[in-house]
Design a protein around this ligand. Structure first.
Ligand SMILES: [Zn+2]
Length: 114
């Protein structure tokens, strides 16, 4: 699975903790190991975790199998009392906010539609 990590250009603080192979899918379970995060509104660094959220992200196929990443990201409190954002979920390069696919999967499936 290490080659997938390098291909994903995954941040150092993300770690594949488990994987499953089915006849049609490769599923990677990934966890964030971050110990701080920066509030997207006020840019203050937070050390207080609020919980976690699970995101399902589609990646490009491997050996004709669909690839899905289940990424557990941390939620954080913003400790700046004047910030309107009370808590936020960290974002990553491979799973930007509101995206359901990696960037390369978006390009791959757009090309496949042409
Ligand atoms: Zn904030």
């Amino acid at each position: 699975m290490n080659y997938i990590l390098s291909e994903l250009d995954m941040e150092l603080d993300l770690e594949i903790i488990h994987h499953e192979l089915t006849p049609t899918e490769v599923i990677l379970f990934i966890e964030s190991m971050t110990v701080t995060a920066t509030c997207p509104k006020c840019l203050q660094i937070s050390h207080r975790k609020h919980g976690q959220s699970l995101r399902k992200i589609r990646d490009i196929p491997i050996s004709k199998k669909d690839v899905y990443l289940y990424i557990r990201l941390n939620k954080w409190y913003c400790t700046n009392p004047s910030c309107p954002c009370k808590y936020f979920t960290e974002s990553t390069r491979i799973a930007p906010a509101y995206q359901r696919s990696t960037l390369r999967a978006t390009h791959f499936y757009k090309k496949a539609e042409l």
